[in-house]
Each structure stands twice: as structure tokens, then as C-alpha cells.
Design a protein around this ligand. Structure first.
Ligand SMILES: [Zn+2]
Length: 277
């Protein structure tokens, strides 16, 4: 099959491997979910040979009084600093924090794309399209990927997991600047959105006001842009806030990993701190 997008690979000094090293990634992930006592919930396989699993990980003891948040990465296979940044954030995470939040993670939604550094999955589908919010439900369309169908089969569980917020870590491989998408039920972005932008801004220039992918960006934020993405569908289904960060693929790989680590840690700590109030 002819590839529609270029493959992107980088070397990570932090992890001492290539950005597409799925075996290393799974080993690091396994060590962290064991340390944090998170439970794996297999959602399905991308391929018939069961080479590429799609799994959700959740804190074992769900406390109904705690906020429930979902952190996702790796929808697009070339945006590999997201999944590695999540590993870094988990490595830093104090297990006691998980007594204060119900944390769920989708660490690598598109493993087949990740394994070759390509945006699309092995069927040349875009895993972050085809989540159509319609009459109170998320349904598929002709653009829905295999990953999308698997996630849609588990939508009730994912919606519970993301009730108080969802963060999804993307990258923009063409840019030197950083920005984020924020979906919120207010007229303006909340302090959390600005804090996340500033966290990314410690590593990279924040994108100038203007347009990115035909969306208006102001002060580094694309606000309340609705499309058929996973985060958009979850927000429309009731998740209280949805943030999609975009680190710049034209910058050094490990800097992008660290920027993702910091954004994920900030997002998690925001809900821990809110819980304390
Ligand atoms: Zn992306």
C-alpha cells in the first residue's frame, strides 16, 4: 500500500532507543503500570495477528469521590514524543497521588503507526477521525479507523474514565512552535488551559496568532473547535474539559518528551489539587 504520509524517526537520549521502538516502549510502560498498581483493560487488537493491542490502564481502586481523568497519547504514529512523555510522567508520579484521582490512560492508541513512525495505522486510516457525536451518542462514519471502532465499543467506560477531564497529547511535525486545543463549556479558556500552554512555552515558542489547519489560534490556544476527533466526541458526550496539546516536531525529540511529561504532570496535579480544596 502506498504511504500517504512520511515516516518520522528520532533517537532519544533519555530512553536510549529510537522513537518507534515498540518493544522498549512496552517494557517501560509495563514497569510503570506495575509500580503504580494500575490494571490493564485490553480493549481489542488492531490486526488479526494480535500483534498490536489497544489497551486502557486504570487505577485499581476507583473512588467515586475522586475526580476521574483520562490521559491519552499516540493517536498519530509519528507524534511519538506524546507516548514517551507519558512514560516520563508516569515515572515521576508518586503512587500516593492515585489515592486522590481515578486515573485512566490510553498510552498508545496507534501502535502500528508508531512502530514505523507514520501518522496513519497499517490500514492507512487516521485513528483520530470518525468519532461522530449524534443524538447523545458517539457513532462511526466512513472515516472511522479500526482503533476508532475499538474505542467506540468501550465508549461508556471511556466516558466514565474522562468525566472530569481528558488530555490527549499530539504533535505537529511540521512546526517549530507549540499550541493546544481547548474544549470547555465557558466563553473563554480556563486557567488550566493557559497553564498548560505556558508549560509547553517553557520549551518552545508559542504559535503566533493566526490560523493553524484552518482553525483560529489566539495566544497559543485553539478554543472550542469541534470536529470528529476523539477528544471532541468525549467533550460533547459530557467530559468537563478536553485539552489536546501539540508539541512541535521540528524541535529536538527529547525536549518534546520533557514538554509532554510536564504538561501531563500539570494536568494530573490540577485535579489532585482541586480534590484537596
Ligand atoms: Zn495528531
Amino acid at each position: 500500500m502506498t504511504q500517504l504520509f512520511k515516516n518520522y524517526l528520532w533517537h532519544s537520549e533519555l530512553f536510549n532507543c529510537q522513537s518507534n521502538d515498540l518493544t522498549q516502549f512496552e517494557q517501560y510502560l509495563s514497569a510503570q503500570v506495575t509500580r503504580l498498581n494500575m490494571q490493564v483493560k485490553p480493549l481489542g487488537f488492531i490486526d488479526d495477528h494480535q500483534q498490536y493491542p489497544l489497551s486502557l490502564y486504570q487505577t485499581v481502586h476507583v473512588n467515586p469521590d475522586n475526580p476521574s481523568i483520562l490521559v491519552c497519547a499516540g493517536f498519530h504514529g509519528e507524534e511519538s514524543a506524546g507516548p514517551w512523555g507519558l512514560i516520563s510522567a508516569l515515572t515521576q508520579l508518586d503512587p500516593r497521588i492515585l489515592e486522590k484521582i481515578n486515573l485512566s490512560i490510553l498510552p498508545l492508541v496507534n501502535p502500528s503507526g508508531f512502530s514505523i513512525g507514520n501518522r496513519l495505522n497499517l490500514f492507512q486510516q487516521n485513528p483520530n477521525r470518525g468519532f461522530v457525536y449524534q443524538s447523545g451518542q458517539v457513532v462511526s462514519n466512513s472515516h472511522t479507523s479500526v482503533e476508532g471502532l475499538i474505542l467506540q465499543q468501550s465508549m461508556a467506560r471511556l466516558l466514565t474514565a474522562s468525566e472530569h477531564g481528558i488530555l490527549t497529547c499530539h504533535e505537529d511535525v511540521l512546526l517549530h512552535d507549540t499550541y493546544l486545543y481547548a474544549l470547555e463549556s465557558h466563553a473563554l479558556p480556563s486557567p488550566l488551559s493557559y497553564q498548560l500552554r505556558d508549560s509547553l512555552g517553557r520549551y518552545f515558542p508559542i504559535a503566533d496568532d493566526g490560523e493553524i489547519d484552518e482553525c483560529p489560534v489566539k495566544e497559543g490556544i485553539i478554543f472550542n473547535h469541534f470536529d470528529s476527533s476523539f477528544e471532541s466526541a468525549l467533550f460533547q458526550s459530557g467530559s468537563q474539559i478536553a485539552i489536546c496539546t501539540e508539541t512541535p516536531g521540528q524541535q529536538a525529540f527529547d525536549q518534546r518528551v520533557l514538554a509532554n511529561r510536564d504538561a501531563i504532570s500539570l494536568f494530573i496535579n490540577h485535579f489532585v489539587n482541586n480534590h484537596r480544596q
